[in-house]
Structure formats: structure tokens, C-alpha cells
Design a protein around this ligand. Structure first.
Ligand code: 13P
Ligand code: SF4
Length: 297
């Protein structure tokens, strides 16, 4: 099936993009694999008119907003990130009324409707850099409260206002499991995604995006305690099969696992539903996304 997909992808001049959390076999047939910032940025440089996104809905939606002339297919339109919905427009409006000198910063893990009410987007790989560059004193970060409290620790001269959203996968990590692994493997560096709770991040030697974590492993060292979704191990073992990885908990993002080879082959053969974003919303949501690309450099 992998060979058939690769042949069809070439014949039809389709670009397949995949996130590091999708199954390894899907990452293997993708033309581009990366973290959410890399995927958004890469899509703006592609010549292909058709893009298939193996990831979660906000990723395809961001690609469509940045490239309205392209046809974008989600491998599975029901692969949604629950955190993307953990903020309301009403709450954003309330904050804008409450604070004068305010920037509303949305994690890319948010809906297009929410992006349309925000000033700038961030991803875990550029969040600290972008928030540091903003001129406003008060920064409301939505929807992820854990990422926001991580940014607050790094950017001390801003008043970071937290929202109560969270990733239901990273929030599951148990502190005692990380401590147990640290005791068992005292030489292993702890690498964690900033969507983890503060108590977990306090134990980390490195905090970063999925690409950041992979780069950190490949840089050097033999053993690592990894605190993020399991899918990340595929790329690491592909590049460095001898590394020893210990996972604190079995973190699986069910939405990411909805991306399968069968569904990709079906889209290549029959076409599929095109991802559409309302014109007005897309126009407004484009502003924070483009600002992210500009500020992230
Ligand atoms: P990255 O930007 O680090 O790839 O994270 C995306 C995500 O959804 C993590 O849960
Ligand atoms: Fe959303 Fe969490 Fe899945 Fe990432 S791992 S897509 S934040 S539910």
C-alpha cells in the first residue's frame, strides 16, 4: 500500500504532510514530516496544488487559511484536537474590555473562529520568542494554560494571563512516574513538551516542541526520559536506532491515530471532502497566522 500511495502521490502531484504523532507508517509515506510550526510554514512554500494533511483539524485549517488557492484534504476530518475548543470568543472579548494594553495570543491549537479574534499565533517552538517581541504588557494566551504558565516563567517582564484549557493527553502524565524513571535512570535527560503540567516541567532538563525534543535526542547522549506522545519515537528510532528512550506514561493522542494509509489511498484515488473555511473568518484568521510567520523569522 505504501508503494501504491507513493506512486499515486507522484502521478497526481499531491503533497502529503504529517505530524510526528501520527503512526510511523503514515510518517513514512509523507513528503514532509514535522512539528506544527514547520508544517504551517512548509505549506506556504509548496508548488503542489493539492495537500493532504495527516494530523489534526487545526493543522489542515491553518494550511488552508495560509493557502486559500490550494485544495486541502484532511486524512480524517474527525481528527480534532479537543484543546482547540477550550476557549470562547466571549472570554476573549471580556479580557479585551478588562485590559487596555492587551495582546491576545493564540496557540495554533485553536479553531479558525478563535484565531479570527486573536492578535498573533504561536506554536510551542516559537512561543517564547514571539511573546518576548510583543509590545503589549498584558498577554492573554489561549487555549493552553500549561503552555502559558511555561511562557510566564520564561518571559518575566509581561503579565501573562492564563486560560484554563489543556491537552487531555499531556495533562495525563503522572508526576510519580517521571520521578520513578528519574530514579531508575539517573543519567537520562528528561525531555518534555510544554503542554505538560508545571509540576512535570519542573523536572525537565529540556522543554520544547516535538521537533525540539527530537533534535535534543539526536544532538548527543544515550538515554532519555521522554514526556510527550509516543508517535515521536518513530523519527528518533529511524535516525538513531540505538538511543534508549523511556516514556513516563503511554501517551497516545487518539485523534492523531485516526490518520491511516487506507484513508490516504482513498483520497488519492477518489478525492475527498475539501477542507473549507468561511471567507470572512479566513481573512481575519490569516492576520495572526502571518504575524507568527513574520515574528518567528
Ligand atoms: P508541536 O508544535 O510541538 O508539534 O505540538 C503540536 C501538538 O499538538 C502537541 O500536542
Ligand atoms: Fe491536541 Fe493534545 Fe492531541 Fe496535541 S496531543 S493534537 S494538543 S489532543
Amino acid at each position: 500500500m505504501k508503494d501504491r500511495i507513493k506512486k499515486l502521490q507522484k502521478e497526481k502531484d499531491v503533497a502529503i504532510l504529517a505530524h510526528y504523532y501520527v503512526d510511523g507508517e503514515v510518517q513514512e509515506i509523507a513528503n514532509y514530516v514535522g512539528d506544527s510550526f514547520y508544517l504551517a510554514k512548509t505549506a506556504t512554500k509548496l508548488k503542489n496544488k493539492i495537500i493532504i494533511m495527516a494530523g489534526v483539524y487545526f493543522m489542515g485549517e491553518s494550511i488552508k487559511i495560509l493557502n486559500p488557492e490550494k485544495t486541502v484534504h484532511m486524512v480524517d476530518v474527525y481528527a480534532d484536537c479537543p484543546m482547540a475548543h477550550m476557549i470562547t470568543i466571549r472570554k476573549i472579548k471580556e479580557m479585551r474590555e478588562k485590559y487596555d494594553d492587551l495582546a491576545v495570543v493564540c496557540y495554533i491549537n485553536s479553531t479558525a473562529e478563535i484565531k479570527a479574534y486573536c492578535d498573533v499565533c504561536i506554536t510551542s517552538s516559537n512561543a517564547v520568542k514571539i511573546v518576548s517581541k510583543l509590545k503589549e504588557k498584558n498577554i492573554f494566551i489561549v487555549p493552553d494554560g500549561n503552555l502559558a504558565s511555561y511562557i510566564a516563567k520564561q518571559v518575566k517582564n509581561k503579565n501573562i494571563i492564563l486560560n484554563e484549557g489543556y491537552c487531555c493527553v499531556h495533562n495525563l502524565v503522572h508526576l510519580e512516574n517521571v520521578i520513578k524513571l528519574k530514579n531508575e535512570y539517573p543519567n537520562a535527560k528528561v525531555l518534555a513538551h510544554p503542554e505538560c503540567k508545571e509540576e512535570i516541567l519542573n523536572l525537565a532538563d529540556y522543554i520544547g516542541s516535538t521537533s525540539g525534543i527530537i533534535e535534543e535526542v539526536l544532538k548527543g547522549g544515550d538515554e532519555f526520559i521522554i514526556v510527550t506522545e509516543r508517535g515521536i519515537q518513530h523519527k528518533i528510532y529511524e535516525k538513531a536506532p540505538n538511543k534508549k528512550l523511556y516514556f513516563a506514561d503511554t501517551l497516545i493522542c487518539k485523534s492523531m491515530k485516526k490518520n491511516t494509509l487506507e484513508k490516504i489511498e482513498k483520497i488519492l484515488l477518489e478525492g475527498g471532502d475539501e477542507l473549507e473555511v468561511d471567507d470572512e473568518i479566513a481573512k481575519k484568521a490569516l492576520i495572526p497566522l502571518e504575524r507568527m510567520l513574520e515574528l518567528a523569522g
